[in-house]
Structure formats: C-alpha cells, structure tokens
Design a protein around this ligand. Structure first.
Ligand SMILES: *Cc1c(COP(=O)(O)O)cnc(C)c1O
Length: 424
C-alpha cells in the first residue's frame, strides 16, 4: 500500500475537506528547493513549504547543529531554568532586531507568538487598571488559528464558525495604494470610539490574503497615530521575517518601530517548530512588580527548546553568510523580469513584487473564492507539472527558498505562463 493510501486511514489534514480533496502527495525526500514523492516524481517547492524554508530542504549545516545539540542537551524546562542556546539566540536576535526590541518570549508557532502578543497587550493595560479590551486589525489579515489570533484575522473562511466567541476586534482597511486615507481615518475612528489596547498588522505584505502589499510610509503614519493614543503596536513578522521582503525584517523599512514583534516560520530555517514574541523594555516593565498577579501567566511545555534554539542560531548564521542576501536580490531581479513579460498577458489583472515574493492576480468574471474552482484547477495543473504553488483564490504567488537556482526559477515561470494560457 502506498503512503498516500495508508495516510487516508487515520490522518486529518489542515484546511482540508476530506470528502472532496485529492489525496495528499507523499513526499519522501527533499534537497535544496526540490522535493520527491514516493513514485520518484520531482517537484520544485516554489512556496518554501508555507514560507518556512529559505535555506533549502535537508540543509546540512542546520542538521549538524541540531544533531550536536541533541547529543548534549535536547531539552530542559524553561520555568526556573535556562541554557546557553536560549541565551545565545537572544543575544543574536537582539543584534539584528529593531533597536527598541529588548525582551524575548518563546513559544511554538506563529499563532502562539500572536496569542502571546495579544494577551500581553490586554494584560499590560489591565495591570495599570485601565480598561482597554479592543484590538485593531486589518480587514484581510491572517494572524493564525488559535482563538485570539483567529479573532484578529479577517478572512471569514477561517473564522466564520466561531463568530460571537472571539475577543473584540475593530477592522480597518488595508492601506493599499489609493486607500491610505481610508485606512488612516478608520484607525483614528477606531481609537476614538473604542478602548483600544493594540493594533496588530502584517508589515508591508499580507500573506494569506494573497500577498497584498502596501508601502512603509503609510505604516509609519499608522504607527504614529497609535503612539499618540498609547495604543500598542504589534508587527506580525511570522511570514515576512528573515529576508522575505529583501531586508531582515519588514520593519527595517520603517522609521518608527512597533512595540512588539512576532517571529516564527523561517526562524529555524523550516526545521523545528519555534516562535518568539519580542517586546520593548516598556512593555516588560508593565509586568515587573512585587505582585505575582502582574506576571505574564503564559507558557508552553517546549518553551525555548534547546534544539530549536540551536536550529535558529544556525539558520540566522546562514542568513548572515556572504551571498545569502545576494540570493534575495537575485530572485527579486528574476521575478521582476518575469513579471515584465507577463504583465500585458490578457489574463493578468495586476502583479506585485517585494523581496522574494511575487504575486500575479488573474482576471476573473466573478469574485473567486479562497478555495474556488479556478484556484483548484491551477493548483492541480502546477502539481501535475512538478511545481508546488498554492494559489489564493485567483492570486498565484511565488515565494521560493533563497537557494533556488535560476534554472529552477525559469521552470516555475514557464509553468505559470503555461497555466495562464491553458487553465481557465
Ligand atoms: C502563518 C502565519 C501565522 C500563523 O503561524 P502558524 O505557525 O501557522 O500558527 C501568523 N501570522 C502570519 C502573518 C502568518 O503568515
């Protein structure tokens, strides 16, 4: 029996309607930007396995760091204990994070990193006996699938079954070009009419919304408005972190810095699940007290897992290696050339580009839903042609590992171009 057949007996997959979904592809091996399935078919991982893998699959350098850590200290509880990999990782991150970030809190995934930031925001004001219980978020945001993260997410597909059970969130328009003033006005109105604790945003690129992009200047203005009213700001860099936008963090494009940042996905180079929420000293001090009740009562069993820390340290040193950031510029150039060739294709509505992320919006008659018909046909076409791409509705985006070769990129582009001609 194939792995795919055995999978069907007991496994429940994410975001999957098992009655109608095609059977999953069983991957047995990965190397660089390539994956192979159990029948030996090769695929190019054009989305870095949900945006986690910048340095290639089965990366030897990270694997060695993990093995070394596993054979000296695989795990120890972080309540009342510490260890060198956590200390080294904190020191390393403080060097590369925006200067105002001073304190790091570990968890396991992007949703928990967001959960921690939101809980900390709400408790920060609670600790000062201020009633601030509303969170501001963008309309099409995605911040994860745990309850507070889900509340902050605007894509109804993911949250519709849980309406009425979520924390209070006010949504404002994404400040895409042309909507900057609407977004600013809505933010001002939200702050005026609600007791707002925090504004959470995906800086410069909304990933799950279909790589929707906006400019750093307007985000600076939104942050400034929040600062005037002491509304805390949370940059969810779970997707954008570690080079995706061309700089280490999307916030590096900003003049004003957020109070909190959420990191995960590429943090460990796509190897071990780990996340970090980072804070300014001021937020940390809001919990610093003789009163035990003012502590942040949040934690996870595998908090600051030493093996995960070792993987993250290795991943960050790969990011800092000569040549790696040049890879990002190289991919950006290749993307730009490709977009230039297809911009005028009759089926292309718009294109977007930042760092290693490019997106192509395909013209449709009716509003294509997240998991609509065209989307499924495109997905199947790409898989058949050995390219892993997961369109969001009518938006096809590419976000490859940084180690992808120009030849592999050319194959992805040719496959997308062919889909534009053949799939409708
Ligand atoms: C993926 C993602 C999350 C959720 O991360 P998980 O590890 O899937 O829980 C949160 N925020 C953003 C911006 C993401 O892209």
């Amino acid at each position: 029996m194939s792995l795919t057949d055995r999978d069907r007996k007991h496994l429940w997959h994410p975001y999957t309607q098992h009655k109608t979904a095609a059977p999953p592809v069983a991957i047995v091996r990965g190397q660089g930007a390539l994956l192979w399935d159990e029948s030996g078919k090769q695929y190019i991982d054009a989305i870095a396995s949900w945006w986690v893998n910048p340095f290639g699959h089965s990366n030897r350098f990270i694997a060695d760091a993990i093995y070394k850590q596993l054979t000296s200290l695989e795990h120890v509880l972080f309540g009342g204990f510490t260890h060198e990999p956590a200390v080294l990782l904190a020191e390393k991150l403080i060097e590369i994070l925006p200067r105002n970030q001073q304190k790091l809190f570990f968890s396991d995934n992007g949703s928990t990193a967001v959960e921690v930031a939101l809980k900390a925001s709400l408790q920060y004001f609670h600790n000062q006996n201020q009633k601030r219980t509303t969170v501001i978020a963008f309309e099409d945001a995605f911040h994860g699938d745990t309850f507070a993260a889900m509340a902050a997410s605007g894509i109804s597909f993911f949250t519709q079954a849980f309406q009425g059970m979520l924390i209070d969130v006010v949504r404002i328009p994404v400040p895409v070009p042309g909507r900057e003033q609407d977004s600013k006005a809505a933010l001002r109105e939200a702050i005026q009419n609600h007791d707002c604790a925090a504004f959470i945003f995906e800086p410069l690129v909304l990933g799950a919304a279909g790589m929707v992009m906006y400019e750093p200047q307007i985000l600076d203005e939104l942050i400034a408005i929040c600062k005037e009213s002491h509304v805390l700001t949370i940059a969810d860099e779970v997707m954008t972190g570690f080079g995706k936008t061309g700089k280490t963090f999307a916030c590096d494009y900003l003049a004003r810095q957020p109070d909190m940042m959420c990191l995960s996905k590429a943090l460990t180079g796509g190897t071990i699940p780990m996340a970090i929420t980072t804070f300014t000293q001021q937020i940390f001090d809001g919990f610093y007290s003789d009163d035990i009740n003012k502590a942040l009562f949040h934690g996870h069993t595998f908090t600051a897992n030493p093996t995960g820390c070792a993987a993250a340290l290795a991943a960050i040193s790969l990011w800092q290696q000569p040549g790696m950031q040049e890879n990002v510029s190289r991919i950006n150039m290749q993307h730009r050339n490709f977009l230039d060739t297809i911009k005028t294709h009759p089926r292309v509505a718009t294109t977007r580009l930042i760092g290693v992320i490019c997106a192509i919006e395909i013209k449709t008659d009716n509003h294509e839903s997240y998991y609509g018909n065209l989307r499924n046909k495109l997905y199947d076409f790409f898989i058949q042609n050995g390219v892993i791409l997961r369109p969001v509705g009518n938006i096809v985006y590419i976000l490859p590992p940084y180690v992808i070769t120009n030849e592999q990129l050319a194959t992805i582009y040719a496959t997308v171009a062919k889909a534009l001609d053949q799939v409708s």
